[in-house]
Design a protein. Structure first.
Length: 246
């Protein structure tokens, strides 16, 4: 690869300098590795495809996902649907555990919401723009930090009956439609959260082959899924490689 030198300050650089793929070796295998994202290969499967060690495959996976992880909708407008889903807390790959081990892709020890469940907020507008956020908890502050920067002031927020969304809409001074789904109210005129729920369903099904994702890497996989949803059906290796380079 050609290396350049700045005439003014002296440092050298390449076309990859400053990108997540800088300093990674075996560039000839990058396109094949990018194709592993298209076919939803696991780390081990991608390693076998590219004839690389699984630790190299793991490192490449998360380098390739650095940019998609941060690529969310900048603005959600008009009718915005919001809901949350939950993923089991996972220390997959860690040498120490803060709880008894369970099989990969297993179930929480207790049914329902618990400290073992990691909340993820999903927000989608009717234009197909999506943002999501792994939340530390379901507090008003967490919802505010996730939705506040991206919700257009002239939009309508549609959610289930959780009061945290109502309070957010009040603070943001936007209209809010609350659907009491526990009472069977799933639609009111043109307002529903079926698009957000459909995206959540696709996300959860798409996650199954990975048999549990480490919680600290969950945002990377959320970014991967957003890329799949946004680029499908045109998603191909070149698109994934370009996305990794930013």
């Amino acid at each position: 690869m050609i290396r350049y030198k700045c005439r003014d300050c002296g440092p050298t650089f390449t076309a990859l300098t400053g990108t997540p793929l800088a300093a990674l070796h075996k560039r000839g295998m990058w396109l094949a590795y990018a194709d592993a994202f298209v076919i939803q290969a696991t780390v081990r499967q991608a390693a076998a495809i590219c004839n690389i060690d699984k630790t190299t495959s793991f490192r490449w996976r998360h380098r390739f996902l650095e940019v998609p992880c941060e690529t969310r909708a900048n603005v959600l407008r008009d009718i915005i649907e919001a809901d949350e889903t939950f993923f089991l807390e996972s220390f997959k790959g860690s040498r120490t555990l803060e709880r008894p081990a369970r099989s990969r892709g297993g179930k929480a020890r207790k049914p329902g919401l618990s400290v073992e469940q990691i909340p993820v907020l999903i927000a989608r507008d009717r234009h197909g723009q999506i943002t999501d956020a792994r939340l530390p908890d379901l507090s008003d502050k967490s919802v505010e930090e996730a939705l506040g920067p991206v919700v257009d002031k002239h939009s309508v927020l549609v959610s289930d009956g959780a009061e945290r969304y109502h309070r957010f809409a009040d603070r943001a001074d936007i209209l809010h439609v609350s659907l009491n789904q526990s009472a069977g109210v799933r639609k009111w005129h043109i307002y529903h959260i079926q698009n957000a729920n459909a995206y959540t369903s696709r996300l959860k099904s798409w996650m199954i082959p990975f048999k549990g994702v480490a919680t600290k890497y969950l945002p990377n996989y959320l970014g991967w899924r957003r890329m799949v949803d946004k680029k499908s059906p045109e998603l191909e290796a070149g698109v994934c490689l370009a996305a990794a380079l930013g």
